[in-house]
Design a protein around this ligand. Structure first.
Ligand SMILES: NC(=O)C1=CN([C@@H]2O[C@H](COP(=O)(O)OP(=O)(O)OC[C@H]3O[C@@H](n4cnc5c(N)ncnc54)[C@H](OP(=O)(O)O)[C@@H]3O)[C@@H](O)[C@H]2O)C=CC1
Ligand SMILES: O=C(O)[C@@H]1CCC=N1
Length: 274
């Protein structure tokens, strides 16, 4: 299977790391990006072929992954349109936040074989999760192909309604950043309490890994697992009370809503009719 990536930045690199020489040989992955350093790194690491502008190997691809910034998508789609027409019905996979399938299809000259995906960066180590929705022009085989690609880098969750992808973006697309933010806060507190940087890192990361695994493997709700840590009048109670007083949970819920709103807003702004 030949896969072309338009855009070879952070998220493309995470996906390529999971796919190259696993689902398909590195040499069957072609990456287009104006940034020569990014291309050199990807070529060296994974053996992918590269180009600084859309070229013939893109037309030869079975799957074209659009991994540029949402703000670049319209221009890139216009550049890509003649190559898609020349090709044999490739599957287009867009990972851009906000960009709606109908807008992308219009920019591609009415091309409809588009799957809209929202992966996340743990794809880099095969532990990603991707929300996906197929546009009406996607056949069963292409839908299965999209699923194979994203399952090579983690789990997939199919949606029946494209509007829900803004929620996926807010929860799991952006989600790793919230987790890293929480880990940073734990590490800062560890340092303030006199632990070394290394000790704080080890304790915070092992706690996140352990708690996430416990929650994943447990049949019980996460709230019950939380209660089991919280002894009456004890240390966890003191911490959680402080978080409640500080409005931490409400702030997190509000933040996730802000991300979802931003996704919709980007769709409105960037997809506005020509
Ligand atoms: N980062 C994440 O966690 C996630 C990102 N996404 C989505 O993935 C997409 C890419 O994000 P991310 O990887 O973070 O962004 P990056 O900025 O890291 O990557 C985008 C890349 O596209 C390149 N580029 C710009 N214009 C073109 C062009 N005309 N043709 C080919 N390549 C071009 C950029 O080059 P240059 O830097 O020189 O402009 C850059 O290397 C976005 O749409 C984002 O919404 C989705 C899920 C998660
Ligand atoms: O921040 C963003 O817009 C992208 C989409 C999800 C994660 N990063």
């Amino acid at each position: 299977m030949k896969i072309a990536f338009i855009g070879g930045g952070n998220m493309a690199a995470a996906l390529i790391a999971g796919l190259a020489n696993k689902l398909t040989p590195g040499a069957d992955i072609h990456v287009v990006d104006p940034n020569a350093d990014a291309l050199a790194r990807l070529h060296k690491q994974f053996g992918v072929t590269t180009a600084n502008a859309i070229d013939a190997p893109v037309s030869a691809a079975d799957v074209i992954v659009l991994a540029v910034k949402p703000q670049s998508m319209r221009e890139v789609a216009a550049q890509l349109a003649p190559f898609v027409v020349a090709a044999r019905q490739p599957l287009i996979v867009s990972i851009a936040a906000g960009i709606r399938g109908a807008d992308l299809s219009r920019w591609l000259g009415g091309y409809g074989a588009i799957v809209r995906c929202m992966p996340n960066t743990p794809a880099l180590i095969g532990l990603g999760v991707t929300g996906m929705v197929a546009m009406a022009g996607v056949g069963e085989q292409q839908r299965a192909l999209a699923d194979d690609i994203l399952r090579a880098v983690g789990a997939t969750v199919w949606l029946d309604d494209e509007a829900k992808i803004d929620a996926v973006t807010a929860v799991s697309g952006s989600g790793p950043a919230y987790v890293f933010y929480f880990i940073e806060a734990m590490q800062q507190a560890a340092a303030e309490l006199g632990l070394s940087e290394e000790q704080g890192k080890q304790l915070a990361l092992a706690t996140f890994n352990g708690a996430a695994q416990l929650a994943t493997r447990s049949v019980e709700p996460v709230s019950l697992l939380r209660e089991r840590v919280t002894s009456k009048g004890g240390t966890t109670y003191a911490a959680l009370t402080s978080m409640e007083v500080g409005g931490v949970k409400a702030a997190i819920v509000k933040a996730v809503h802000a991300a979802a709103r931003r996704g919709k807003e980007m769709g409105d702004e960037l997809g506005a009719a020509d």
